[in-house]
Write a protein of this length. Structure first.
Length: 349
């Protein structure tokens, strides 16, 4: 009898789980999708490094050295002007990730962007291998990492943790907002009330937005005071970026809440959103190393834009003139998510 009851219970749970098409999608399709994302995104190899080349010596030896770098298949020359100042400006604007500089006396300097963390170290390693094979030039290798002189990994990861932490907290909280009303039976009261859709959505988002702002301030304080991460940029700009980012996380959470029937479905859907968003954010794995199609898809990921802003603000001190494309992207994505979530909410069963 016990085995029989257990069998009936197992049958009931299986039927109940697979009866919902959304649950079948989460159970069967999502793992395959995440496996593909892991296969493409999880890599620490450096395949393409945009490199500014300034050769003021213009000798046969300097040209041969540049040819060694560009023929390696790793370093791609990028037009960045004909002076050292223009090359440095290109690196500040993230147009190049490395520089090969020759002064008029033929002395060479190789520069890599230290704010890129692991990728910077790998890039410097490739350069060292190329220089070690030089036989016609006496080369003294001296490595200096910009923006992160000691190449400390926490300088690279801690700013990104802020974006991920806010994503998880606000997404999960907002995803439970509407579906909880359905489960506890208070949705009927909302349906007969005179509240409008946008008022309902606003009432659900503002408390979570306040929580997100407080968390950002708290984690930023810990990053600066405990980990000694330099905050070289503008704090008001960082807060403005946080507001735009919260539009995305809360909008995504509310959209998940409107299409979910139970809190279990909402929670599983949140994790389906969180894992790809994290992998495609550049938090741990460089976006430049991903296939072109995946790189294009990351432009629709608000986490990617927020992590870029955080790292640029903390480590480089860049301002609105450099970060406006990421801010604009988050504004458009956030407005779209909130609009769709509002339209999805209906005051009917």
């Amino acid at each position: 009898m016990r085995l029989g009851r257990l069998g009936f219970m197992l049958r009931k749970e299986l039927i109940q789980t697979f009866r919902d098409p959304r649950m079948r999608m989460i159970i069967l399709v999502v793992p395959v999708f995440q496996t593909l994302i892991f296969g493409y995104a999880v890599t620490t190899d450096v395949h393409r490094v945009n490199t500014a080349v300034v050769d003021l010596a213009d000798t046969r030896a300097s040209r041969d050295m540049v040819r060694r770098f560009t023929s390696s298949g790793i370093f791609y020359p990028v037009e960045a002007g004909g002076s050292f100042g223009e090359a440095w400006e290109a690196m500040d604007q993230n147009e190049v990730q490395a520089m090969i500089l020759f002064d008029a006396d033929g002395r060479m300097q190789f520069v890599t962007d230290g704010s890129r963390g692991i990728s910077s170290g790998v890039t410097a390693g490739y350069a060292a291998q190329i220089l070690s094979g030089t036989v016609r030039l006496p080369v003294a290798l001296s490595v200096t990492a910009l923006y992160n002189p000691l190449l400390e990994s926490r300088f690279f990861y801690v700013p990104g943790v802020i974006a991920l932490m806010v994503l998880v907290i606000t997404l999960i909280l907002s995803s439970m907002a509407v579906v909880r009303e359905k489960e506890i039976g208070t949705m009927e009261q909302i349906m007969v009330s005179p509240i409008r859709r946008w008022e309902f959505i606003l009432g659900k988002t503002l408390p979570f937005a306040a929580i997100g702002i407080v968390d950002i301030l708290l984690v930023s304080t810990v990053a600066v005071s405990w980990f000694h991460i330099p905050l070289r940029g503008s704090m008001p700009l960082l807060l403005m970026s946080a507001v735009l980012y919260l539009m995305n996380t809360l909008g995504a959470g509310l959209l998940i809440s409107t299409v979910s029937r139970t809190q279990q479905q909402a929670m599983l859907t949140c994790f389906f959103f969180i894992f790809p968003a994290t992998l495609l954010s550049g938090f741990a794995f460089p976006i430049a190393n991903m296939p072109p199609l995946i790189r294009a898809a990351t432009l629709l990921n608000p986490v990617r834009h927020m992590i870029t802003i955080l790292r640029e603000t903390f480590l480089k001190g860049n301002g609105l003139s450099t970060l406006w494309p990421d801010l604009l992207a988050m504004l458009l994505l956030g407005a779209a998510l909130l609009t769709v979530a509002t339209m999805r909410f209906r005051k009917t069963m």
